[in-house]
Design a protein around this ligand. Sequence first.
Ligand code: HSE
Length: 434
Amino acid sequence: MKPVKVGICGLGTVGGGTFNVLKRNAEEIARRAGRGIEVAQIALRSQNPHCDITGTATSSDVFAVASNPEIDIVIELIGGYTIARDLVLQAIDNGKHVVTANKALIAVHGNEIFARARAKGVIVAFEAAVAGGIPVIKAIREGLSANRINWVAGIINGTGNFILTEMREKGRTFPDVLAEAQALGYAEADPTFDVEGIDAAHKLTILASIAFGIPLQFDKAYTEGITRLTTADVNYAEALGYRIKHLGVARSTAEGIELRVHPTLIPADRLIANVNGVMNAVMVNGDAVGSTLYYGAGAGMEPTASAVVADLVDVVRAMTSDPENRVPHLAFQPDSLSAHPILPIEACESAYYLRIQAKDHPGVLAQVASILSERGINIESIMQKEAEEQDGLVPIILLTHRVVERRIDDAIAALEALEGVNDKVVRIRVEQLS
Ligand code: HSE
């Protein structure tokens, strides 16, 4: 059988890795796919020093790949929302299948892209968009298709996890670690996407859609970054038996779907609390299977290429199949997607870590306790440290039981209004993931 011809758009970190893996493992890949996979054209802005592309046709125009009549599958690895969207839509309109690693594109424009792909009978595959080399899309979409998924929780941004790990283990500063992540090729072009949780929210949006059978709704995700985390809170969390991770949580409740990315205290003995450095991990809890955990490299040249090439093999196997019988893009049949709403953060429920900087006066602790009890907030544990020398303030650290967020918002407003409380109250959500 003649090889399938593919075009790679973008020869950066992931594009270069994809080219190299396709070349190095060509025979193994052909044995799996049933046909060879040949790179017929590469659109690139500059050479990648890690790739020898001698003999492969190139172009500086990505749209030349989308309109190349020889090409069956377009691999979009340029990133971003604008040119990438035009490129993917043009490739689809030209009847080409698409493989992409672009989480922003899928999270923001996926509904439109999948509708267009269905109309044209082509596949858009996006395993590499979430958690790099970990085949978590395939696991949820196919491996767990018997289950009603209860929740998904993941460390899905390698840069953020690398920063938190280095800060905790080595006491390094935030900008120092971020610069290293950028040099290693993990960070987004705009690193605020990593540290403010936007990249994780893109990935969580995709995970939630395939877990719960809902349309992609990135604009409704709650996103809170790690830039305001302090060493003091990292250390207090440790003392309470927790680690702070930047977690994406999607949970199905009777009222709606929680979709939130924020720093989170996790019990230190959970496997996921011990996922360090640039590694990613996703927990998925299903009603039949219970909790499952998927771990691996969430970014980087060849780990991400591993997912891109796996998608290519899937597309090659399914190209000749009846479009109606393919695995649906979002796991559920498109006419069976649910309208279950995404909940605003005030309606989400979790436990909370609160740090209150209080004046060292009699009665302040009693006032704190009564504000919480008046609002039905149950305290699980409380720790008061000695006064800090510089300001004479006493940190009161407490953990609550689970409660709906709007009650904590109300309690924090009342706490901050107390004469004995200085400064903003620090609030970090807590998840047991049990
Ligand atoms: N910036 C992302 C990360 C790359 O750090 O995880 C992979 O999506």
